[in-house]
Design a protein around this ligand. Sequence first.
Ligand SMILES: [Zn+2]
Length: 265
Amino acid sequence: MASKGLQNVLHQLVKANHILHYHGAVDGFGHISVRHPERPNVYVMCGYMPPALVQSEDDLIEYYVNGSDPVDKNAKNGYSERFIHGELFNKYPSIQCVVHSHAEAVLPYVSSTVPLKPMFHMGGFLGTTVPVWDIAPVYDEDYQQDMLVNNAKLGNSLASSFAPTTTKSDDLEHNVVLMKRHGYTTWGKDIPTAVYRAIYTLINAGLQTKAAMLQATLHDGPLEGLSERHCRDCQKMNEATQDKSWRLWSREVEVNPIYRNDIPA
Ligand SMILES: [Zn+2]
């Protein structure tokens, strides 16, 4: 029998799968995981299925943070890209939730060399520089090079790009990392924070694309994003007010019959 605390987290995890789908951060692909609230060396995510259809504890799988093997050796099939999650949890003890997405609005920024910038106050958490991680140089020559982060070496390399210059294991410089020709990954100290970042990364990217097209009509130089000070202060505001988004997003998926959540809150 799961404790109340664990049950709450698993309820939130199922709901977060639905919210990410409702807002276009995931479709058949993309995933969210959470660190186990009682066993920090374990994380939980759904098995091989579309996030919108996650419904009950039976759909969830526990993995060891170190190595991403399933806790239950007979667990059903899981996501091949779970190493994104495992390696981030393994490297950074402060991370409690990880989201990986291929959201369409962000794809131009992983397919071109135009840098993603924080364009408005809700995107302050992006910081002035959003790194782009490239899987290509990390591959072993004889490995299937399909862009998927499907082993610990690839996951570890991606995880390192969240803190490229710091040596402290818990000190992240970046909240979002773009993945060249693939998508992006973000994290949070809890589920609502990671979901907020995943959704506002795609909203910010859509805004930047539109603003760049508009700006081009003036032939007036590149777009100006938030300053470093703005980013820092906006992130504080983002974290202080994101509960309002979470309440709205929760209700949206609670009343939509495509989404079912059997785990009590
Ligand atoms: Zn992916």
